[in-house]
Write a protein that binds this ligand. Structure first.
Ligand code: SIN
Length: 333
């Protein structure tokens, strides 16, 4: 089965990427994960200034998944421009890389995009508007506020010609307003979903298990929410969707594709087993062959009800074969 996908002006050799926050900037996992087998990666979220992150413990496990509150620890935009992006250019040999961007303020997203825009080695930006661990914003991510989202994405759009992905949150009853704000602001694609806010306590000492208190739930518990989000949003937009949340097998990945995702991202499974992403690629190929599928794009959206006439997709954006993110599909570096 042909696994390659053309999307956002880049060629992904297969639709399986590593999710933001799970692979640093590539360098950190080199030698542990065979990046050459993967479709691409999304970097750790980059803020304007370096961040040390939250107090330990930052990660804990439970039966249905993982809870984290890392606190967006990262070296800051200037160090990423000077050190991380050149390393990516020199070592990742054309692997499509998306740089995740985070911030406390609307303007911080713009400043990070502006700082990194001249850098080499990456295809586009994924705006992380949905981190549940950003205490200084009182737990209300930009992704749940359509007006704030519109401002962040519009300002970022003015500062880059590269594809702009918008990463949304799972905890909403209505994605419509934020999806339409992202479209209006010039987003090239959506990533669904980030972690879900959660809390685990140690019943003996009556304290939260994580140093920061609450955190974000990922892993198997998130899969049904993520697939639902993709399946729901895919029917309200023509933007390509990257699906993430609880994928640990080829059939999990296929589920997201069938729900309307063009690419998928793997997070928690790669913490538990660094070989999981490559195994997912292999299992997806085998699954497709067992189903008589010739190209992975045949799976994309195949579980969705037939589109309304006005939602038809003449440009072929969703299967990735015609998409370039509009005029934002430029590849730099
Ligand atoms: C973190 O660094 O706390 C997690 C980031 C995220 O979930 O977006």
């Amino acid at each position: 089965m042909e696994l390659a996908a053309e999307l956002l002006g880049a060629r992904f050799k297969n639709p399986v990427l590593l999710a933001a926050g799970t692979c640093g900037f590539g360098e950190e996992i080199q030698g542990v994960v065979d990046l050459g087998l993967l479709g691409g990666l999304v970097t750790k979220s980059v803020t304007l200034e370096p961040r040390r992150g939250n107090p330990a413990p930052r990660v804990t496990e439970f039966r249905a998944g993982m809870l984290n509150s890392v606190g967006l620890a990262n070296p800051g935009a200037r160090a990423v421009l000077a050190e991380k992006l050149p390393w990516i250019r020199d070592h990742l040999d054309g692997l499509p890389v998306l740089v995740s961007v985070a911030g406390h303020r609307v303007e911080e997203y713009w400043e990070v995009v502006e700082t990194l825009e001249p850098g080499p080695g990456f295809v586009g930006f994924e705006l992380n508007l949905s981190c549940p661990n950003d205490a200084r914003r009182n737990g209300l991510p930009f992704a749940l506020d359509p007006d704030a989202l519109l401002r962040v994405v519009s300002g970022a759009r003015e500062r880059t010609r590269r594809p702009l992905l918008v990463k949304l949150a799972p905890n909403t009853a209505d994605w419509g307003p934020v999806v339409h704000a992202a479209e209006e602001a010039g987003a090239s694609a959506l990533t669904l979903v980030n972690t879900l806010p959660g809390l685990l306590l140690d019943p003996r000492n009556r304290r939260p298990l994580l140093g920061a208190g609450a955190g974000g739930v990922s892993g198997p518990a998130l899969r049904a929410l993520g697939v639902y989000a993709v399946w729901t949003v895919a029917r309200m937009t023509r933007l390509p969707i990257l699906g993430v949340g609880g994928i640990s097998s080829g059939e999990d990945a296929a589920e997201y594709l069938l729900a309307g995702a063009s690419l998928v991202q793997i997070g928690t499974a790669s913490f538990w087993d660094p070989r999981a992403p490559a195994r997912v690629v292999d299992e997806l190929r085998r699954f497709g062959i067992s189903q008589g599928v010739h190209r992975v794009s045949e799976l994309v959206g195949a579980a969705l009800p037939p589109p309304e006439p006005e939602m038809s997709d003449p440009a072929g954006t969703r299967d990735g074969m015609g998409a370039s993110g509009g005029d934002s599909g430029v590849i730099h570096g």
